[in-house]
Design a protein around this ligand. Structure first.
Ligand code: HEC
Length: 303
C-alpha cells in the first residue's frame, strides 16, 4: 500500500527528471502541467481520505474501549451503566426535535374524528433552517442579479460567449487567408454586414445599391456571365474582367473582404431590386429551377 502511494506521489516528477534526456518517454497528455497538477492533487486527496478513514476507525475503537471501561467501573460500584448520548444522537435530536412518545399527550389536539386524533408537531428545525436558507439565498440572488447587476445574466453570458467565438473566427480567418480554391460562402450576420458595407462603398456605383445592375450586370437574378458559385464570384471580384469596367478588386480589398463582399452578393439572390437590369449570361447552375438559391448554397457547400 505504501509503495503504491509513494508511486502516485512521485509520478508527476518523472517528466521533470526526463527533461534532460533526448527521448521523452512520457505521452503528450502527461506533459500537460494541468494533468500533472490533477494527478498530484488527486493522489493527495486519496491519501487524505485514507488518513481520515483510519482516524475515524481509531476514534471508534477508543470510544468502544472507553464505554467498556465505564461499564466495568459502574458494575464494580453496583450501578446500572447508562451511556451518555453520543454526539450524533444529540445532533439528530436537535435537528428533528422529536417529541418522545411519553410526552405526546402534551401536543395532542382537542378534536377527535371517530378516534382519529392529531398531534401538533412543530416543523423539524432542519426543514425550517433550510427554508430560511432559501430565503436568504433568494435575497442575495435578487440583489446580485437584478439590483446591483454584479454577476452576468444568462443572456449576458451568452453574448459574451458569442463575442468570444466571433473573436476566434476572426483570428482563424486571419491565419487562413482565403483564395479562389479555399473560399467558402459565409452566411453569418457579421460577415454579411461587412460585405454589405463594402458593396455600398465600392460596387453600388455600377451594380446599384440593391444589386439591380446599371453599368455592371444585375446581381440578384439567376443569370451569370462568369458563373454564380462563390468561387466564380470570388475570382471575378478578385481579378476583374479585363477590357470591361469591372476592375480587379484584389488590388484594393483583402481576400477576407472579397470573401465577405462575394458572400453578400450571393445573398442578394432572389431579392427584388427597384430597377432590375435585363438578365445577362446564362442560367446558373444550368439546370436550376425556382429554388436556385438553395441549390446554389448546397453546391457551394459540397465543393
Ligand atoms: C466601374 C463599374 C463597376 C464597379 C465599381 C464594380 N463592377 Fe462588377 N461588373 C462591372 C461590369 C461592367 C461587369 C460585367 C463584366 C463582363 O462583361 O464580363 C461586372 C461584373 C461583375 C460580376 C460578374 C457578374 C456575372 O454575371 O458574372 C460580379 C460578381 C461583380 N461584377 C461584382 C462586383 C463587386 C462585388 C464589386 C465591388 C467590389 C463590383 N462588381 C464593382 C462593373 C463594375
Amino acid at each position: 500500500m505504501r509503495t503504491f502511494f509513494a508511486f502516485l506521489l512521485l509520478a508527476p516528477t518523472w517528466s521533470l527528471a526526463q527533461t534532460g534526456s533526448p527521448v521523452s518517454v512520457a505521452p503528450a497528455w502527461y506533459d500537460d502541467p494541468m494533468t500533472q497538477f490533477y494527478l498530484l492533487a488527486g493522489s493527495l486527496l486519496v491519501v487524505a481520505l485514507v488518513v481520515l478513514l483510519v482516524a475515524v476507525v481509531m476514534l471508534h475503537v477508543i470510544n468502544v474501549l472507553a464505554h467498556l471501561e465505564a461499564k466495568r467501573k459502574a458494575e464494580e460500584r453496583g450501578e446500572v451503566y447508562r451511556p451518555a448520548p453520543s454526539f450524533w444522537s444529540r445532533f439528530w435530536q436537535s435537528a428533528n426535535e422529536f417529541v418522545p412518545v411519553e410526552k405526546e399527550k402534551d401536543i395532542l389536539l382537542d378534536h377527535n374524528y371517530d378516534g382519529i386524533r392529531e398531534l401538533d408537531n412543530h416543523l423539524p428545525p432542519w426543514w425550517k433552517w433550510l427554508f430560511y436558507g432559501t430565503i436568504a439565498f433568494s435575497l442575495v440572488y435578487l440583489i446580485v442579479y437584478h439590483v446591483t447587476l454584479t454577476l452576468p445574466s444568462s443572456e449576458q453570458e451568452y453574448q459574451a460567449q458569442v463575442a468570444e467565438a466571433e473573436e476566434q473566427i476572426k483570428i482563424f480567418r486571419a491565419k487562413n487567408p482565403v483564395d479562389e480554391n479555399t473560399v467558402t460562402l459565409l452566411t453569418d450576420a457579421a460577415a454579411l454586414a461587412e460585405g454589405q458595407q463594402l458593396f455600398q462603398a465600392n460596387c453600388a456605383s455600377c451594380h446599384l445599391a440593391d444589386g439591380g445592375g446599371d453599368i455592371g450586370p444585375n446581381l440578384t437574378d439567376k443569370f451569370w456571365i462568369h458563373g454564380g458559385g462563390i468561387k466564380e464570384v470570388f475570382t471575378i471580384v478578385k481579378n476583374g474582367v479585363p477590357g470591361t469596367n469591372m476592375v480587379a478588386w484584389g488590388q484594393v480589398l483583402s481576400p477576407q473582404n472579397i470573401q465577405s463582399v462575394s458572400s453578400y452578393v450571393l445573398s442578394l439572390q432572389g431579392t427584388t431590386p427597384v430597377k432590375a437590369k435585363a438578365p445577362q449570361g446564362t442560367l446558373y447552375p444550368p439546370d436550376s429551377t425556382q429554388t436556385q438559391t438553395d441549390t446554389l448554397n448546397v453546391q457551394t457547400l459540397l465543393r
